[in-house]
Each structure stands twice: as C-alpha cells, then as structure tokens.
Design a protein around this ligand. Structure first.
Ligand SMILES: *Cc1c(COP(=O)(O)O)cnc(C)c1O
Length: 370
C-alpha cells in the first residue's frame, strides 16, 4: 500500500464486493438488490460506489434527492435510480434524468402527474410509498381508494413498485412492531395488486431487515449501511467489512512544557511535559468540535492518540507523549481496525453521522485489496 501524504478517504472496492455478495447470499436468488447510495454513498462517493456495484450485479439504486440522482446519471450510471424523497420543484429534472420517484402523498402524486403530463410522458414508472409505522413519509392505507382513483384518471404515470420502510428492524425488542409493519405492507400490497391487475415490485427491507426478517425481503431489498459495512457497529453483522477508511498524516510535532497551552482559547494547558502532533483535518472536514478535548482519537503506530484542545477548522492536535512517531507518519481516524463507530460512540453519535460529514475537500482514493 502506498504511503499516505495528505488527508484521504480510502474506498476499498474489494470490501464493497465482499459486502454486496455477503448480503446477496442472505436473500433468495429472485430477490433484487437495491443499493442505497444517498448522502454520497453514506459519505464515501456515490459515483465510485454505484459504478462498481453496477459491474458486480446490483439491480437498482436509490438516492434521497433528485440532485443526487443527477450526479449518478452524469457519471454514466445506467441502472434504474429510485429517488426516495423527491420534492415537486425537481420533478421536471427527475424526468429529464430518467429517475424514478417514490410518491408519498396526494400532494406529490398530483404534482407528479401534472409534470409528467406537461412533458407528454406515457406510463412513466413510479413507486408508491406507504407508511406502516415509521410515521415519516408515506401514504396511509386509508388513502388506497383515492390513490387508485387518481391513477385511473391518467396515462402519464404507471406504478411499477410499492415500498414501505421499517422503523426498528435492528432492534430485537421491537420484533412484534416490525412484524406488524410487514403484515400491514403485505395487506396493502395484496389489495393494490388486485386493483391494478398486474404485478408490482414490493420492497420494504433495509439492511437489518435483510439480516433479521426474511419475511420482509419480498421482491427487492434496499441496503445502504450493509454495503459500506461500518462494521464494528455492533448492531450489524461483523462479517461485513468497512469500505471507507479516513487517514491523514502528522504535519508537525510540538513539545509542550508545563504551563504551555495548546490551540484556540487555550483549551488545553499542559500539566506535564506533553508531545503533540498536528494533523491536517478539522471541523470543516467533518471532525466535529465535539471530538475535541479527549473525546475523539486517532491511531498512530497502532496506539491511540487523543485529540487535545479544541478542534480547529482545518486541524486537530493529538497527544503523542507516549507514542514513538515522527512527522509524516500516518494518523488513522478510522479504518478496519479502529471503526468509525468506536469514535462516534465517545460523543454519543453513530458512525453514519461521522461518515456523512466528511467534506468534499477530503480526497477520495480507491483501493482494491483485502
Ligand atoms: C436510508 C434508507 C435505506 C437504507 O437503510 P440501511 O439501514 O442503511 O440499509 C433504505 N430505505 C430507505 C427508505 C432509506 O431512507
């Protein structure tokens, strides 16, 4: 492996392949795999991830917003792309880029029909989203009648799929609730399929649904976290491998005498001799100020070096008093051995938040080894 020379986010395609195949093996061969690549592929890089998954057999992609779907199309992604949470203001663009909307309320259904009609669309494919207990977005089952009425009056769009989202599939204490969600979705789907008179692709399961609820696999499963495998997150299967590693280097080493202070607002004052390393990554790169003052750490020469003082916009300083290291050495924020979940938990957050905050100025590099 080549030596790191600046802050980089390493994307490991071999691990991505491993995770994809691992999850694919958890579902029947006729169940389609939808890869959720929203939020830049959970902080990595949506285009790099999607283009690789397209090669190794993904069936579908999903993003949250239209702008994210546009990025994928512009980078050459050909597979269907579902937009989970589109806004009517972007419907024209959505159609222009051949994206598929998840329609979740009468307001957006009517607006989408209007836009599709203006653009002379015929049977434009849409997914209809039902709320079965998350109470975030989605039609209620009481709206089935009006949905069907509305659909019967237009040729511009055609539902090809129904979806719903599980609220607590990772939580074994919520089994009863999850099974209720699955049953509710089944009932809605049966009614809807009977009424439209042709099969619809049903999808409800996220990653923990894939692992914990085979009865929720239906025709397609949606996986985000499973692909990226922020692994050491205990909630998830530890056989998944982390795809993203955030690495930097030691820019400079300082030696502090008792009484010397470090960083803005002099938040750290040395009580003993302290050796510090300055690392070129800060809150503008996604290392929240919450990680300052010994909450967060990096790994240098296999040892933990805690962040001391306040996190700056472009830098952190870490305590290397007991670490034998020099300027230019690697400083790992997270990787396969020291997962993002470990650092995140020290500040009461989850790995997703740390990962999705990594800003675009951090260079993404691709590696393909195990
Ligand atoms: C983000 C998202 C997913 C992916 O969930 P994971 O638990 O990360 O696999 C699936 N479905 C919807 C609707 C989502 O918003």
């Amino acid at each position: 492996m080549s030596k790191i020379q600046e802050t980089v986010l390493e994307i490991n395609l071999a691990h991505l392949t491993h995770n994809f195949n691992y999850l694919k093996n958890k579902v029947s061969s006729n169940v389609k795999m939808l890869a959720v690549v929203k939020a830049s592929g959970y902080g990595s890089d949506a285009s790099i991830i999607a283009k690789h998954l397209e090669k190794i057999g993904a069936d579908y992609f999903a993003v949250a917003y239209v702008s994210e779907g546009v990025i994928l199309r512009e980078s050459g992604v050909k597979l269907p792309i579902l937009v989970l949470h589109p806004q009517p203001v972007n419907f024209k663009k959505l159609i222009e880029y051949n994206l598929e909307p998840s329609l979740y309320s009468l307001r957006v259904l009517n607006q989408f029909i209007e836009t599709a009609s203006i653009l002379n669309q015929k049977e434009y494919p849409v997914h209809i989203k039902f709320n079965t207990g998350l109470n975030r977005i989605g039609f209620s089952k009481n709206e089935l009648g009006i949905i069907l009425d509305t659909l019967s009056q237009t040729q511009a769009i055609k539902p090809i799929a129904l979806l719903s989202h599980l609220a607590a599939s990772e939580d074994s204490n919520e089994k009863e609730f999850t099974i209720q969600q699955i049953d509710a979705f089944k009932k809605i789907a049966d009614t809807m399929i009977k009424k439209v008179g042709y099969p619809l692709t049903l999808h409800q399961s996220n990653t923990s649904g894939i692992l914990n609820y085979p009865e929720a696999h239906f025709d397609m499963v949606r996986t985000g976290i499973g692909l990226y495998g922020y692994g050491n997150d205990v909630k998830y299967d530890t056989k998944l491998k982390p795809v993203a590693s955030l690495k930097s280097i030691i820019s400079q080493i300082h030696e502090l005498e008792p009484g010397d202070s470090l960083g803005y607002n002099r938040a750290f004052i040395a009580t003993d001799y302290t050796k510090t390393a300055t690392i070129p990554i800060g809150h503008a790169d996604g290392i929240s100020r919450q990680y300052g003052n010994r909450k967060g750490f990096v790994t240098i020469q296999n040892k933990r070096a805690y962040i001391i003082g306040n996190v700056c916009m472009d830098m952190i300083m870490v305590d290397i008093t007991d670490i034998d290291c020099e300027e230019g050495d690697e400083a790992i924020i997270f990787d396969a051995n020291s997962g993002a979940a470990k650092i995140a938990e020290n500040t009461g957050t989850i790995s997703y938040e740390l990962l999705t905050a990594i800003s675009t100025r951090v260079k993404r590099i691709v590696v393909d080894d195990n």
